[in-house]
Design a binder for this molecule. Structure first.
Ligand SMILES: Nc1ncnc2c1ncn2[C@@H]1O[C@H](COP(=O)(O)OP(=O)(O)OP(=O)(O)O)[C@@H](O)[C@H]1O
Length: 339
């Protein structure tokens, strides 16, 4: 059952947190809300969960209105499971009791099998303080999934887990969620996390969605340079229209380096990939600040005369005592008009 947000706007007094948000989290898929702190992710989740009242617009589940300015059922009356950053297990209850808490009496015996699904087989008799942070978060996931809610809302669910375990846990979590067929909306500020787990991503900035799409769609046609920059190795540098191409702090770039045509504007945000750039030792003034060997390639940080920096990943030898310019590969740079 898909969860749809229609023309949602929200303010906390004078602070406008969300402006005309519309998107659909498709049934059985994982949709990530991705954006920097304060962009409105948790507010959006809170409106669907019933932690906040809808002020403007509506949230629908399938054909039914879940909440609008007139209707705001409490969280427990919504067919929605919630998982928060800290798991928030009941500390005085065993894991099995935690998981059984949301189940009808006849189904309470299922708690142990839900714990087994998240890799906590045989741990039902333990208390939350007897578990690691990652195990607590797994238990919280089991508790949220056990009642088989049609929708699962997750706010930074892996944030309190250490980085090594986080990746493992979110990949396992993705498989479990897909198998359960739940419609999931997951909040994160970490682009790598969104790309790792999401079927679709809503990229948010300043209370708005600037692009909604699959990771492939965002990669192939980013709406802004900042959307393109969520991918590893991507970076944004400044450029202006020159007589024979683009003037950048790292040299003159020919128009052939562009993907598509140059927008009609005097100044640009240029989206470039670190492994699509070639360092050229031509004494043009970019100094070498760092050369970091990373296996097959080196990661090189070059600094232009104006202080701007660019990262280049290259298999070519780079001499820290020389100065360079940087040349992009043909068809590798996306130019966005600078507002
Ligand atoms: N209770 C509140 N009272 C006043 N302003 C609030 C309140 N809650 C959130 N805000 C403001 O609303 C905006 C959106 O906040 P929200 O928590 O939804 O963002 P977020 O993207 O989830 O941020 P984070 O990643 O830091 O949790 C921010 O400007 C925030 O300061």
């Amino acid at each position: 059952m898909s969860l749809e947000f229609r023309h949602i706007a929200h303010a906390y007094g004078e602070v406008r947190a969300l402006e005309d948000i519309s998107f659909t989290a498709p049934a059985g898929e994982i949709t990530c809300l991705l954006g920097a702190s304060g962009c409105g992710k948790s507010t959006l989740l809170g409106l669907a969960a019933g932690l906040l009242r809808v002020q403007q617009g509506e949230v629908t589940l399938g054909d039914e209105v879940l909440a609008d300015a007139q209707r705001s059922p409490p969280p427990e009356a919504r067919p929605v499971g919630l998982v928060f950053q800290d798991g928030a297990l009941f500390p005085h209850m065993t894991l099995a009791a935690n998981v059984a808490f949301g189940l009808p009496k006849a189904r309470r015996g299922e708690a142990d099998s839900w714990l087994a699904k998240v890799g906590l087989a045989g741990m039902g008799a333990r208390y939350p303080h007897e578990l690691s942070g990652g195990q607590q978060q797994r238990a919280a996931l089991a508790r949220a999934m056990a009642p088989e809610p049609r929708v699962l809302l997750m706010d930074e669910p892996f944030a309190s887990v250490d980085i090594v375990l986080r990746r493992k846990l979110r990949r396992e979590c993705r498989i479990l969620l897909r198998e359960a067929g739940a419609t999931v909306v997951l909040v994160t500020h970490d682009p790598a996390e969104a790309l790792d787990i999401a079927d679709r991503i809503a990229v948010m900035e300043g209370g708005r969605i600037i692009q909604f799409g699959t990771p492939q769609e965002l990669h192939h046609a980013p709406a802004t340079a900042s959307v393109g920059a969520i991918f590893s190795g991507a970076q944004i540098i400044s450029g202006t229209r020159g007589a024979e191409g683009l003037d950048t702090p790292f040299g003159l770039w020919p128009l052939e380096s562009l993907i598509g045509a140059l927008p009609d504007a005097p100044a640009f945000d240029l989206l470039v990939q670190a492994d699509g750039l070639v360092p050229v030792a031509d004494g043009r003034g970019c100094s070498v600040r760092d050369v970091h060997p990373m296996g097959p390639r080196d990661r090189v940080l070059l600094q232009g005369a104006d202080g701007a920096a660019i990262t280049v990943e290259t298999a070519l030898p780079v001499d820290p005592d020389k100065t360079y310019s940087v040349l992009p590969d043909p068809n590798s740079v996306r130019a966005f008009a600078r507002s």
